[in-house]
Design a protein around this ligand. Structure first.
Ligand code: SF4
Length: 188
């Protein structure tokens, strides 16, 4: 495990905590919950069982593929690659797929590849809302509310306030937003 990333030249010892496997699992829970809530929305979106399960399985495969995409195309540029400082554990898995990328291209790669997974946040909503409008159903409405709360409130809040809070490369990370918005989070 590297204490200092070769491409980002960041001193982790003074700035970071390491995560156990249990903590990594906990940090992945909102994404896992999003996957299964999204799949459940597909299952009750279609009357045909074939289309229902096809939609749900496709969504699950897309969600797992999306995490692999992040590991292959973003993590090798991250200061947390192959360290236990990565809050979700992708960094150590990513090291099994690809070597560390030379140069400091995290920001550029993040902006380029994060769009691959963004539809995961919207496809279940686009599938479920027309069903609620056409033929109101409480299970669908409750699933949609749970999905939206988890995907758009809990998941980003956990990332920004917990996982990314102490990240040494947060100033170059597009996920964290403009630097002016982050001042309040800086340790005094
Ligand atoms: S912090 Fe994000 S980009 Fe960095 S290694 Fe972990 S998952 Fe990948």
């Amino acid at each position: 495990m590297d204490d200092k990333s070769p491409c980002n030249d960041i001193d982790f010892k003074n700035s970071q905590r390491q995560y156990s496997h249990i903590q990594e699992l906990v940090n992945n829970l909102p994404y896992i919950v999003m996957m299964f809530l999204g799949a459940a929305i597909f299952i009750i979106s279609f009357e045909s069982l074939v289309w229902a399960y096809l939609g749900a399985i496709t969504y699950l495969v897309y969600a797992v593929g999306g995490t692999l995409w992040i590991m292959v195309f973003i993590c090798p540029c991250c200061a947390y690659w192959n360290t236990r400082f990565c809050p979700c554990g992708y960094g150590t898995i990513a090291a099994k797929f690809r070597k560390k990328e030379a140069g400091n291209r995290f920001n550029e790669k993040f902006r380029k590849h994060i769009w691959v997974i963004v539809p995961l946040w919207f496809i279940p909503v686009l599938s479920g809302v027309p069903v609620v409008i056409r033929s109101f159903s409480w299970p669908m409405l409750l699933l949609l509310i749970a999905f939206i709360l988890n995907a758009f409130v809990i998941l980003p809040l956990l990332s920004v306030k917990h996982g990314c809070k102490g990240c040494p490369q947060r100033n170059s990370c597009p996920w964290m937003g403009p630097e002016t918005n982050r001042q309040a989070d800086q340790p005094s």
